[in-house]
Design a protein. Structure first.
Lengths: 339, 443, 195
């Protein structure tokens, strides 16, 4: 089952063999040309990204000049069709710390049927010579579409309800810091899996790194077809927490209530919220994560979010480092492959 | 036959229904003789055009019960003329034009306009389908009798693209069209279960993070409509079946004696939801591409007659409606010029259907369901010469840009398909010869 | 093939077709003596000034540690040693496949106002040292920067020279100088490989 899902999740733009989309040569050393899905990374390349992030942090630590010249003269475009200040700032800081020129292209509201089309925007960025495009979009697959229209590298910064691969990388980086190697570790992911790009990317990446992922949610918030994912599924958070090395709480949007996914916020919190009682079920080394922004009191109580074992703030800091690693690796050797 | 009423055409060497080769003589748009009689009659005549069709298969001209010609309203995507050209090149002599135009074909005026555009194009007989409800909004019945009584003689009514989801309105529509032997062609899609739906709900949609279009949303409507049709004793036609469950429901209804017919599209016979993996909206269609198991069930049902016909759901879209994000793209695929080849690839080559079966599902039964006289007739003396010549041995590679449609959104781009339409005859007049439109044929 | 397009230190010496000639330039004992000599030279030049060694990964780090050990022994004072990865400062990143980064560790006391000796195994085009000088600038402001190398094989492309050289080896551009160290290769040797 795992191999099946692997085969279908590697982005078509990174070497799907059907020939439906423009297939471009992959970057060398197994790194994909674009980072569109966590499924684009195998254990080797995922580890390369995490190791590179470690080294980058080492190289930057304790120095006067928190900047590296590595991407001097390169242009990174942050193409954001959705508001996400935290993700945009994280990518912006990552690119700037590598001395890239950063252009923020906020196209909010022009995504669907009004304003410039995604393709025209892509051609514009292409004409401006963007070396990398970091794309956030409300439509699943939009970064993959974009990758067919630009020659630069495309990084998916969150697309619809599909994926958010750099979030998964920073989560894995954070987990590795606290737990060491992830092989055999049990990671529990709790909440709105159905609509969560964070969950999809984490399931792919963490399973690639050998971790055992368990998804916990009310059945209404799990996709039909979740059975084909390399993860186990549970409806019982209390039962899942025993023996878990980490618990990752997903943001639950209050508007889901109008879709009748669950009756009330109170009932959701009672069944799937992480409070002090449940936090105590984790072993001593257990880690509490949340990709942010949090609904305090909904999926997580403030005491847990700010308490022992919570690495939520650390996740944010690690985001910059991991995104530096991704940009460095995707933009290295670019002339060789484009030659 | 120098009787002064026009030229005769002798088709030599072709095999009607892919069976024994037999010459066919056409005079004044009618089949005048078949077999040895045709050969002999042609020898006596002075003005006979002879078409060497050795090795080709001769079928009755194809009839498509489900075509979107986009005119009036979206002439940038397709016109009645360009759609007619695509149809003729695909071996069709008649197409039924869906009413989701702008304005909607929900009045006698609009359906007569479409009829006239078809007559002007002179490539295929264009039969308008009327909308069931005003503006296809699903709120109140359109003037169905007026459309039936118009020059367009509408017999098929559909809100295609949208489902007549209100059960009471559907019941009334089914009952009302009995007065003029009409049929309601239902686009079966429960709207609440498919809010925001992008593709088949299953493993692939879960991975791609796209909102699912569950099979049950189609099946629930089909089950309901079969019960309604049964209850009021009306005829129901179900458009583009896409699931194995729908096949079971149709089979059960037919076994019970319900007057229901069903169609399947070529793309649902060949493609699956795995095509969505690249997020290329050329594979976005409604109902969506489904799974291998569904494809297998649809093929089997077409072979055993549970599904009555193949209809293209030819749905041209301008490039800007496809070269975009999947969510923003319009659903639909070109079909007219590839339908026969896909049916050969999926049904004939695997031995599920012979050429007589192809004639049944692509010509005879669609004409009968649509109440269309003069099409889907036997290849026999006295019948209108609506015919198509097919090279069964040819293979060709699909190129959207080379198709006659104004749009290029074929899901079969780059695929090599079997069987090629070589010639098409509309009442004896050649619309397609040598696989190309006859110059000036529609002048 | 010019040095700029070729890794200055090829780790796999079996590259290239045809019979190759391998000559040992420095033996294990030679290397030990050379390190002792360079340690003395560094101490002599530094006088009472404190010295910090920064090895350039991978083998430069091992050499730096050996040198630091000898300096501590000869002077009776500990000699801080760290490593400095230059990858992020290279000028050929766009032309080469992405590569894993190596360790960077600056000794706790920092570099400011110290004499900093960069240590590498082979000096070739000089581009690695240029990258190291750039990297160093971001980490602090040493009072002086010096360079120690085990082998100088010539073919400089930049105005860079070493302050301490274990051995000068005249080479052709397509020769390969293979430095083997026990820490990474299980033995100590320097070989010249002539294609």
């Amino acid at each position: 089952m795992t191999t099946t899902i692997k085969a279908t999740t590697r982005s078509a733009a990174n070497g799907d063999s059907r020939g439906d989309s423009a297939v471009q040569p992959p970057a060398p050393s197994g790194m994909p040309r674009h980072l569109l899905s966590a499924g684009d990374l195998n254990a080797e390349t995922a580890t390369l990204v995490l190791d590179t992030a470690e080294r980058l942090e080492q190289a930057m630590s304790g120095r006067e000049v928190r900047k590296l010249p590595t991407l001097r003269g390169r242009t990174v475009v942050n193409l954001f069709y959705e508001d996400s200040t935290r993700t945009r700032i994280s990518f912006e800081l990552a690119a700037k710390r590598l001395s890239a020129d950063v252009i923020n292209f906020s196209a909010k509201g022009s995504s669907v049927s009004k304003g410039e089309s995604l393709k025209d925007t892509a051609l514009t960025l292409q004409a401006m010579g963007a070396d990398a495009v970091v794309c956030r979009h409300s439509a699943s697959g939009a970064p993959q579409r974009l990758s067919a229209w630009v020659s630069g590298r495309v990084v998916n910064a969150g697309d619809g309800t599909h994926e958010h691969p750099t979030q998964a990388l920073l989560d894995a980086f954070t987990l590795r810091r606290h737990l060491g190697e992830l092989a055999g570790r049990k990671i529990v992911v709790v909440g709105d899996v159905l609509h969560s790009r964070v969950a999809r990317s984490n399931v792919l990446l963490l399973s690639t790194l050998g971790a055992q992922v368990e998804l916990v949610a009310p059945p209404t918030l799990l996709p039909v077809g979740v059975g084909s994912w390399p993860a186990s599924v549970s409806y019982d958070l209390d039962a899942s927490l025993s023996g878990a090395d980490a618990v990752m709480m997903l943001r639950v949007q209050r508007e889901r209530m109008s879709g009748a996914f669950f009756p009330t916020a109170r009932e959701y919190t009672r069944s799937y919220g992480l409070d002090v009682r449940r936090r105590a079920m984790l072993p001593d080394h257990g880690v509490v994560m949340h990709p942010g922004p949090m609904n305090r009191g909904m999926e997580i109580t403030p005491a847990v979010a700010d308490g022992d074992g919570s690495v939520i703030v650390e996740q944010v800091a690690n985001g910059v480092t991991v995104r530096m690693a991704v940009l460095y690796l995707l933009l290295s050797g670019e002339m060789e492959t484009n030659a | 036959m120098s009787n002064g009423h026009g030229v005769s055409t002798l088709i030599t060497g072709a095999a009607p229904y892919g069976e024994e080769a037999a010459d066919v003589l056409i005079t004044d748009g009618v089949i005048a003789a078949v077999g040895a009689a045709a050969t002999a009659a042609a020898k006596r005549a002075t003005d006979v055009e002879v078409i060497d069709a050795d090795g080709l298969v001769l079928l009755p001209g194809l009839v498509d019960l489900h075509t979107h010609l986009r005119e009036p309203g979206r002439e940038d995507a397709e016109t009645v003329e360009t759609g007619s050209a695509a149809a003729a090149l695909g071996g069709y002599t008649a197409v039924f034009a869906m009413p989701n135009t702008d304005p909607t074909a929900d009045t006698a005026g609009v359906v007569e306009q479409v009829l006239r555009l078809g007559e002007d194009a002179r490539l295929v007989d264009v039969r308008p389908i009327g909308a069931v409800t005003v503006g296809r909004k699903g709120e109140r019945l359109a003037e169905l009798a007026a459309m039936a009584g118009s020059a367009a003689q509408v017999r098929v009514f559909s809100d295609d693209g949208d489902c007549v989801s209100d059960p009471l309105l559907m019941r009334r529509a089914l009952e009302y069209v009995k007065a003029f032997d009409g049929v309601i062609a239902q686009h079966a899609q429960e709207p609440r279960l498919t809010a925001g739906a992008q593709m088949h709900e299953g493993d692939v949609s879960a991975t791609l993070g796209m909102t699912g279009w569950p099979a049950v949303a189609e099946e629930a409507i089909i089950a309901r409509d079969c019960l309604l049709a049964d209850h009021v004793g009306s005829r129901l036609h179900v458009c583009h079946l896409s699931t194995a469950g729908s096949v079971e429901l149709i089979a059960a209804a037919k076994a019970r004696g319900t007057r229901v017919t069903a169609e399947v599209t070529p793309h649902h016979l060949l493609l699956t939801d795995a095509r969505a993996i690249g997020y290329d909206p050329v594979f976005k269609v409604n109902p969506p591409l489904r799974t291998d198991a569904d494809v297998a069930a649809l093929r089997k049902a077409l072979a055993d007659g549970t599904i009555d016909i193949v209809a293209t759901d030819h749905a041209p879209h301008a490039s800007e409606d496809k070269e975009c994000e999947w969510d923003a793209a319009s659903p639909g695929m070109l079909g007219l010029q590839t339908a026969l080849s896909v049916v050969v690839a999926t049904m004939v080559e695997p031995g599920l259907l012979d050429w007589r079966g192809v004639a049944a599902v692509m010509s005879e039964r669609p004409a009968a369901i649509g109440g269309l006289a003069g099409h889907g007739r036997p290849i026999a003396v006295g019948e209108p010469a609506n015919l198509v010549l097919v090279d069964p041995a040819a293979r060709w590679t699909v190129r959207g840009a080379e198709l006659a449609s104004l749009s290029a959104n074929t899901p079969f781009e780059g695929m090599e398909l079997p069987a090629k339409v070589v010639g098409t005859f509309l009442r004896g007049r050649r619309t397609v010869a040598g696989g190309a439109l006859v110059a000036g044929v529609n002048a | 093939m010019t040095p700029g397009n070729t890794p200055a230190r090829r780790e796999d010496s079996t590259a290239g077709a045809g019979p190759e000639v391998r000559a040992e330039i420095l033996s294990e004992a030679d290397i030990a003596r050379t390190i002792d000599r360079i340690a003395h030279q560094i101490l002599e030049k530094a006088g009472d000034e404190p010295v910090v060694l920064l090895g350039i990964p991978t083998r430069g780090v091992y050499l730096a540690r050996r040198l630091a050990d000898r300096i501590a022994t000869f002077s009776g004072r500990p000699c801080p040693v760290g490593s400095l990865d230059t990858t992020l400062y290279r000028d050929d990143l766009r032309r080469r496949p992405p590569r894993a980064l190596e360790e960077t560790s600056i000794p706790a006391g920092g570099l400011d106002n110290l004499t900093c000796v960069l240590v590498d195994d082979v000096l070739y085009s000089g581009r690695t040292i240029r990258a190291a000088l750039d990297a160093l600038r971001d980490h602090g402001r040493p009072s002086a920067v010096q360079l120690a190398v085990l082998v100088d094989r010539g073919h400089r492309q930049l105005p860079i020279r070493a302050d301490y050289v274990g051995k000068n080896i005249p080479t052709a551009a397509d020769d390969d100088v293979a430095v083997r160290l026990t820490e990474s290769d299980g033995r100590d040797a320097v070989e010249l490989i002539r294609a």
